[in-house]
Design a protein around this ligand. Sequence first.
Ligand SMILES: Cc1ncc(CN)c(N)n1
Length: 231
Amino acid sequence: MTFSDQLKQKAEPILQEIYQHPFVKGIEDGTLPKEAIKFYVQQDFLYLNAFVKIYAQAITKSTTREDMDFFQEQIHFTLHSETIAHQNLCQVAHLSLDQLKDGALAPTTFMYQQHMLEQGRDGTMLDILAGLIPCPWTYWEIGKHIMNRTPSLEGHPFRDWIEFYGKYGSEDMTFAEELFRRLDEKAQGATKNELNHAEKVFLKSCELEWRFWEMSFYQEDWKFNSLIKIH
Ligand SMILES: Cc1ncc(CN)c(N)n1
């Protein structure tokens, strides 16, 4: 079994919980409340900014031009293509994406950002990949899961979102598969301790993916933010 197969197997219970989450169910059946959409897009915009910085950190730790090129393409994709998904959500909720760009980090977004940035700062390339992969992987799985369960997306309000993530990446290999391939390559030269650490990093990101849906659906903010402006 490859290292990535082992990680996917361990994360399976989290993935199943994500499929059942009311936010994801709301995308699937088109009933997602406007307040949840607004909170999600605001936080996700900030989250993706951090994601771009992790790719940049990965470039600083790259040893080949091929790796550098791969990460710079991901930066471009995140900055210029992933907005399709946000646009779709905003259209459905009659929100302007431009007005959602000035939010402040809610606790879960802060925690997830810190977790990934820590890998970029202190980790190996194996750790960086392990921390990054749950982001494209779980969304790709969600997209496919909804597409498999929905006979036709004709007229579905979240069609663009579902298809964008369900078909995530290039035609021959999706981002997640490509990242897993790179992870397995790095895993080959790693010690048992390094693999155990990378596994923890990966599973923590998977849990944080679930928490991101939870935070967005219930709009979980800093406890005292309404009283004292903390962020
Ligand atoms: C929190 C989160 N995780 C994953 C993705 C998909 N790139 C996203 N947009 N936001």
